[in-house]
Design a protein around this ligand. Structure first.
Ligand SMILES: *[C@@H]1O[C@H](CO)[C@@H](O)[C@H](O)[C@H]1NC(C)=O
Ligand SMILES: *[C@@H]1O[C@H](CO)[C@@H](O)[C@H](O)[C@H]1NC(C)=O
Ligand SMILES: *[C@@H]1O[C@H](CO)[C@@H](O)[C@H](O)[C@H]1NC(C)=O
Ligand SMILES: *[C@@H]1O[C@H](CO)[C@@H](O)[C@H](O)[C@H]1NC(C)=O
Ligand SMILES: *[C@@H]1O[C@H](CO)[C@@H](O)[C@H](O)[C@H]1NC(C)=O
Length: 757
């Protein structure tokens, strides 16, 4: 019947402020368990016998209301469970997103549920993890000018977030200048403040109706996507400026589905269900699972499918498991998957060495006086991780060490400073390279890159006892190159589930992002703070989606995604390659199509659209009828009636082909969303090793909404040892450049999923 062989364990996620991660997110890994085995291993204690299952059943008769759904679901549950007041049994009754419910059941009860007619299957649920003042300007958005005002700051659009709740009283959620929501909004708001900005707030966590944010994560992401303008925002004087979200005119609806313990899958599905019912336009998910989860066992993929079927665009974090290859999550083709990069801002702190060299570091705690007192510089392998038996020995010195897990390192830094040290320089571990995830140490700590750490270590070794250094602070510098740079933690492609669709999709700011923060949490004490993660990159793209939706309310989720991808920046502002954390050229697996460019995204010229039945045909190809039945709630869709769509033939705005010496052809269709009569000519950029033929080479449109098909054939001169070869194809008219990366990869196609038992 229902259960599964063990799968990859879940680990921590996206999230969290990376810094907090180590502290509380080491949750036990839950697996899909094989029932026979789990029974044998089962502990005899009463409580461990209950588990939350997400149960998929056949839908009730069409047009049933919520009560009818609940009665139908309850008919599956044993009467002992309904009557038992020990704890709630039916946790969530889904209406929009999934034909089924979540319930706390023993194995014996589940056996009985599974025998009822109408039962399809059950999943034991897992717990997932959650994985700015300057960023709008960095993305080319300026108050009162240009695109931001054309798009009316996202007015009228409702952005839903599944997150840790919201600190409603924060000034970022003032509703100055925001009109009331339109009549299509069906949601409700239960928070300390509800207004035209914050129109929906709801906790879906069973037994906890408090929607306030005790983690900070949900407040930060909400203000990034649609926070109102707040002047004088800063973190203790640094990063000072006017803070605002990317779509400051949009409405916010917060669905609290996560707390300190993480985000339970049944609760995430309940969040999707509520958001679809309420009528949001955009859904922003700064949370996720590990990579490699089949879409029919991934509540986010399932929830997102049913959201996009209702025209809601769903934006998800790529994950914080980089730079390891194949670490990307939220990788279903109907999701918009966001990688994290740096911005051109530095919270500058210089380390001046006795030999005249100056190293550019960063510090969130900027000491007011321009002090440049010199201290002896101390580095040795023995104390590489700031570990001293005798902390007194560091008194009056600047100590150099390699950054490690905050929970281990922070107490050591406190001991060093308490012993009277002049300061601490922390250099990045090798895999982080130039990605410095800033943490507020509230003391004289300067953070530097791996390379600068090596310079400091060499200087300390060569000058031995004469090595000296002094700190200077230059507060906040803007326009600091190179930027954007892909952050080391940002999860990388390819998707192991669907390598024929390029993931992640897009790069957006996610390193050291300043945004709203509740007054009291373990980490910082508001009203603004600086944290990092693909969690922070995601709401930037959700905000851009809201701006586009405001201008083009009738565009499908796939059309909005296409607009964002085909107009993204392939190079930085001076025409150089976008780099990765080692300052080497980033690949499409690091950054997707490119860096998000909101201004151009609003006017893409052409879009690659994908309808629900195309995605359904793709699911048939990948997972067959069982997969379709689980993911797609609409029972009138069946694989026998659908055209199967291979991964590489999905009308995706990026093009992935197998790396072959023979020609391989993919087909695409573009829709004219620009001026009626327009001619586009093809322009192909490829390395020598890739041959590309496009037919036809010219597309002539005579009306808006017109569709044109074309073919792209690709071959490689030889099989490369590289993991991918990259080029691009652009359709160029007088006003528009519609660019798609072409990526030749060693493997596309189905991963041959394990059959259901
Ligand atoms: C469950 O069983 C395992 C192995 O038999 C044991 O180590 C663990 O302490 C038990 N846990 C509980 C909650 O009884
Ligand atoms: C988080 O919510 C779950 C229910 O979803 C609950 O069991 C758990 O105790 C909560 N954790 C905290 C720290 O509040
Ligand atoms: C800090 O600013 C001063 C001038 O304002 C400049 O001379 C110095 O080079 C800067 N230091 C760093 C580390 O950027
Ligand atoms: C652009 O990228 C190049 C390297 O590809 C780098 O040298 C340059 O500084 C970058 N420019 C900016 C403005 O970041
Ligand atoms: C179900 O799919 C059919 C065929 O694509 C479509 O016509 C219908 O509107 C869908 N129903 C719902 C409720 O989405």
């Amino acid at each position: 019947m229902c259960v599964e062989s063990p799968m990859a364990p879940l680990t921590n996620l996206l999230l969290l402020p990376l810094l907090l991660l180590a502290a509380h997110f080491l949750t036990p890994s839950l697996c899909y368990v094989n029932q026979a085995r789990s029974r044998a291993q089962r502990n005899s204690t009463e409580t461990s016998a209950y588990r939350t299952y997400i149960v998929l059943v056949e839908p009730p008769p069409l047009n049933s209301d919520e009560d009818a759904h609940r009665r139908w679901y309850e008919s599956f549950l044993p009467s002992t469970c309904i009557r038992n007041s020990r704890e709630p049994c039916l946790l969530h009754s889904y209406v929009e997103v999934f034909s089924g419910f979540a319930a706390r059941l023993t194995d014996a009860e589940l056996d009985r549920v599974a025998k009822k007619p109408g039962f399809v299957r059950a999943f034991p649920e897992r717990t997932l993890q959650l994985m700015t003042t300057h960023t709008p300007e960095f993305l080319g958005l300026r108050k009162g000018t240009g695109f931001w005002s054309v798009a009316n700051y996202g007015k009228g659009v409702i952005v839903g977030l599944l997150d840790t709740g919201i600190h409603a009283q924060h000034p970022s959620f003032d509703d100055r200048g925001v009109p009331p929501p339109s009549a299509k909004w069906k949601g409700s708001c239960k928070a300390a403040r509800c207004n035209n900005k914050l129109i929906g707030v709801k906790s879906l966590i069973v037994g906890d109706s408090d929607s306030d944010d005790y983690e900070g994560h949900g407040t930060h992401t909400s203000s990034t996507v649609a926070g109102n303008f707040v002047t004088g925002a800063s973190v203790r004087g640094i990063g000072r400026g006017t803070s605002s979200g990317i779509a400051p005119g949009a409405h916010i609806a917060m669905y609290k589905v996560c707390n300190r313990s993480g985000c339970e899958e049944s609760t995430i599905l309940a969040g999707f269900d509520a958001a679809i019912k309420d009528g949001v336009d955009v859904l922003s998910l700064s949370l996720g699972s590990v990579s490699g989860v089949r879409f029919d066992r991934d509540p986010i993929a399932i929830g997102a499918f049913n959201a996009i079927a209702k025209g809601i665009i769903v934006v998800g974090a790529a994950g914080n498991s980089g730079p390891t290859s194949r670490s990307v999550t939220n990788d279903a083709p109907w999701l918009l998957t966001v990688a994290a990069g740096s911005v051109d801002r530095s919270f500058e702190a210089g380390v001046h060495l006795g030999n005249g060299k100056c190293i550019h570091g960063e510090a969130l705690t900027q000491v007011a006086s321009q002090t440049s007192k010199r201290y002896p510089l101390l580095f040795s392998e023995e104390h590489r991780f700031c570990e001293f038996e005798e902390y007194r020995s560091v008194s009056g010195k600047i100590v150099v060490c390699q950054a490690t897990t905050p929970t281990i390192q922070n107490p050591r830094i406190r001991s060093i400073m308490a012993a009277g040290a002049g300061g601490v320089v922390l250099f990045n571990e090798e895999s982080n390279g130039y990605t410095t995830v800033l943490q507020d140490y509230n003391s004289r700590v300067v953070q530097v890159s791996t390379a600068d750490g090596a310079v400091l270590a060499a200087y300390a070794a060569s000058s031995a006892s004469n090595a000296v250094a002094a700190f200077t602070y230059n507060n906040t510098l803007l326009g600091v190159p190179p930027a954007p740079v892909v952050a080391s933690f940002s999860s990388r492609g390819p998707s192991s589930v669907t390598p024929g669709v390029l993931k992640p999709d897009i790069l957006a700011p996610g390193l050291n992002i300043l945004a709203a923060w509740p007054p009291k949490t373990g980490y910082a004490s508001g009203p603004f703070t600086i944290i990092s993660g693909t969690s922070m990159a995601t709401p930037h793209v959700s905000g851009v989606a809201a701006l586009i939706k405001s201008l083009h309310p009738d565009w499908s989720p796939a059309a909005i995604k296409s607009a964002i991808l085909t107009t993204s920046d392939a190079v930085n502002s001076t025409g150089g390659s976008i780099l990765n954390e080692q300052h080497r050229k980033a690949s499409a697996y690091d950054r997707g199509a490119g860096h998000v460019n909101p201004t151009r995204a609003a006017d893409p010229g052409l879009v690659y659209d994908i309808g629900v039945s195309d995605y359904a045909g793709y699911i048939c190809w990948l997972l067959g009828d069982d997969g379709l039945a689980t993911i797609v709630r609409n029972s009138s869709l069946a694989c026998t009636k659908l055209r199967k769509v291979k991964d590489v033939q999905l009308n995706y705005p990026t093009i992935t082909v197998p790396m072959r010496t023979s020609w391989f052809t993919v087909k695409r269709t573009v829709t004219n969303v620009g001026p009626a009569a327009t001619t586009y000519k093809v322009k192909v950029d490829t390395p020598k090793s890739l041959r590309v033929r496009v037919s036809p080479k010219t597309l002539v449109f005579s009306k808006a909404g017109e569709k044109k098909r074309f073919k792209v054939s690709v071959s490689c001169h030889k099989r490369h040892k590289h993991k991918l070869v990259e080029g691009s194809l652009s359709w160029v008219s007088e006003k528009h450049v519609v660019r798609s990366p072409i990526v030749a990869v060693p493997k596309v196609g189905s991963h041959a999923p394990a059959p259901w038992p």
